[in-house]
Design a protein around this ligand. Structure first.
Ligand code: ATP
Ligand code: MG
Length: 309
């Protein structure tokens, strides 16, 4: 089983406002809401890939209920924890005339260490050796600094493979517990090592430091330029596919989803490279945080170009 962890989910409310103007009354012409948050995005893409996952999410208030209902309607398995407070709604204002995207994000819910511990205990009780736990995204206010260290450690103790896709201090902290796989993008990896990494050699060498800690797989995504897949044995550079761009939001999450599915199915690293690059590109072709259909992903798999370096 694959578990995805979203401790700071959001309801993504995307509205279209032609000629959006500050200091004036603006009219919405189209509106949609989607359950959002990185782990939830990972689960949506796993489903499109024909895989199964369980969403672990921390939710609150009527917005939290809307998210839980939407996930259920999508047929995703969920283990949600409800706490007092209101899950954030992130408003995305798309102006199709001026071609602007404006995000207005609510601060979100507050949590305590005890609540997070309760969730972690619930997860550890479910996890079986060989399961995958994909931990992604930010933490809600009030979370202890060592939250991801604890989650990675406990998942490992339970015999699971922890995938970590987080940024900044949270990545540095989670890495201390040595996850099985990490997927920083090039900027996140640069921030982690504290210097700009520009060349493939620099990125590969920084990823090598993570392998030295004991991480088994490091995937460094580089947006439209593709990604590096680095293990102790092999370094593979995949070119990005040339596709029409709808929205790049969640491209990395879809890569994590494909890597989790590839791991669960026991695919080779080369197969994982092709599946995840195709999945990333297919999701870039979609608008907003919508997940691409498998037919589109499948049509791109054979087009992926990569080389062992
Ligand atoms: N413009 C693009 N064209 C084609 N493929 C893309 C493009 N952007 C991203 N991808 C694919 O998706 C993968 C992940 O993208 P990216 O490096 O932007 O992830 P990310 O920064 O972690 O994104 P996020 O955190 O928003 O999900 C890339 O390695 C690539 O395969
Ligand atoms: Mg990312």
């Amino acid at each position: 089983m694959i578990y995805t962890v979203t401790l700071n989910p959001a309801l993504d409310k995307t509205v279209q406002v032609p000629n959006m103007t500050v200091d004036a009354v603006n009219r919405i012409t189209e509106m949609r809401t989607d359950p959002g948050g990185k782990g939830i995005n990972v689960s949506k893409v796993i489903q499109k890939l024909g895989g199964e996952s369980t969403v672990l999410a921390l939710l609150g208030g009527s917005t939290g209920h809307k998210i839980a209902d939407a996930l259920e309607e999508m047929g995703l398995k969920c283990r949600v924890t409800f706490i007092p407070g209101e899950t954030r709604t992130n408003l995305k204002v798309v102006d199709p005339v001026r071609h602007t995207n404006t995000d207005i994000n609510e601060p979100g819910i507050e949590v305590t260490g005890e609540i997070l511990n309760g969730m972690l205990c619930e997860l550890v009780a479910m996890v079986k050796p060989g399961d995958i736990v994909a931990i992604s995204g930010s933490l809600p206010k009030g979370s202890p600094k060592d939250t991801y260290y604890r989650w990675v450690s406990e998942c490992k103790k339970a015999g699971a493979k922890a995938f970590l896709d987080v940024d900044g201090a949270l990545l540095a902290d989670g890495l201390k517990a040595v996850p099985y796989l990490v997927k920083p993008n090039n900027e996140e990896l640069s921030r982690l090592v504290g210097k700009p990494l520009e060349t493939i050699e620099e990125l590969t060498s920084a990823a090598g430091e993570l392998l030295d800690l004991g991480v088994e797989k490091v995937v460094v995504s580089m947006g439209g330029k593709g990604a590096l897949y680095i293990t102790k044995e092999t370094v593979i550079q995949a070119e990005g596919l040339k596709v029409p761009v709808g929205s790049t939001v969640g491209a990395g999450d879809s890569v994590v989803a494909a890597l989790a599915v590839a791991e669960e199915r026991g695919l080779s690293l080369e197969e994982a490279v092709c599946l995840s690059t195709a999945t990333g590109a297919a999701n870039v072709m979609c608008s907003g945080s919508q997940a691409a259909e498998y037919e589109v992903i499948e049509s791109l798999i054979g087009k992926v170009q990569y080389k062992v370096i």
